[in-house]
Design a protein around this ligand. Structure first.
Ligand code: IPD
Length: 263
């Protein structure tokens, strides 16, 4: 088995176990542990417990690898491989009982800076609906046993998705961006989990996706899944405080870039 396939198998196994833990905790009742940057940016006890489980499993399986997670301290490791982890992406959905949340795990080679890394393997597991999206570099993108492809034609306009940062001071700018892209859209979704938005682009459930201000763990796995499904992913304004991620099938991605560059 190739090294990347071993990584994706490990990511998938741990994402399933972690997702089932998140789902169990959700069934038992969610306890909000803290508010991070703003009212909407919450963390639940489950976020922390699930990240700890993932970190422990990775340490057992691959002791020298690095770790970059949403809820705990980063560790650069010694092997050149870093695991980039969002224990629950879609935390607000999770807290409200909306099923659109997932565990997102990626293995990358290089530093923990998305501009410098090569993503090798990815798993996104949505436990409330039992869907597992995976990808390995050169090995395609998959939903369970089904190979994924992005959409290529959007005669009625593109079905797009986006998200909004938790900081209310950014909302006006993000809404202006939405106004720009609506010229090419048939409709717009805001589902509340970047990792699932990206996985849905890969699955052809969305034609394109854009969002400013994502953190590396929000998109590390999903971006590889889109690329391995034949799509393209670009980060704009990487030097700014809120880079924008743009993803889609090749045509939709290109049209989004035309509308969004310099926005
Ligand atoms: C959030 C989700 C959301 C996106 C936010 C992210 P979290 O991640 O991906 O869709 O709009 O920007 O922070 O906080 O649920 O892990």
């Amino acid at each position: 088995m190739s090294a990347d396939l071993e990584l994706v198998d490990l990511a998938a196994e741990i994402a399933r176990e972690a997702g089932e833990l998140a789902r169990r905790r959700r069934d038992e009742g969610v306890h909000l542990a803290a508010t991070k940057s703003s009212l909407a940016d919450i963390v639940t006890d489950a976020d922390r417990e699930v990240e700890e489980l993932i970190r422990t499993r990775l340490r057992e399986a691959r002791p020298g690898d690095g770790f970059l997670g949403e809820e705990s301290d980063a560790d650069p490791g010694v092997t050149g491989i870093t695991w980039v982890v969002d224990p629950i992406d879609g935390t607000v959905n999770y807290a409200y009982g909306i099923p659109a949340y997932c565990v997102s795990i990626a293995a990358v080679r290089g530093s923990a800076d998305p501009q410098d890394w090569d993503a090798l393997a990815a798993a996104v597991f949505a436990p409330a609906v039992g869907e597992l999206f995976t990808a390995s570099r050169g090995g395609g993108a998959w939903l369970g046993e089904r190979r994924l492809s992005v959409t290529t034609e959007t005669p009625a306009g593109a079905l797009l998705a986006t998200g909004f940062g938790y900081d209310p001071s950014t909302h006006d700018g993000d809404l202006a961006t939405v106004r720009r892209v609506m010229t090419m859209a048939r409709d717009l979704r805001r589902a509340g989990s970047a990792a699932l938005d990206l996985s849905y682009v890969a699955a052809g459930r969305l034609d394109g996706y854009f969002e400013r201000g994502l953190k590396p763990w929000d998109f590390a796995a999903g971006a590889l899944i889109v690329e391995e499904a034949g799509g393209a992913v670009t980060r704009l304004d990487v030097e700014s405080a809120r880079p924008m991620i743009v993803a889609g099938g090749i045509d939709v991605h290109a049209r989004l870039l035309e509308l969004l560059e310099d926005s």
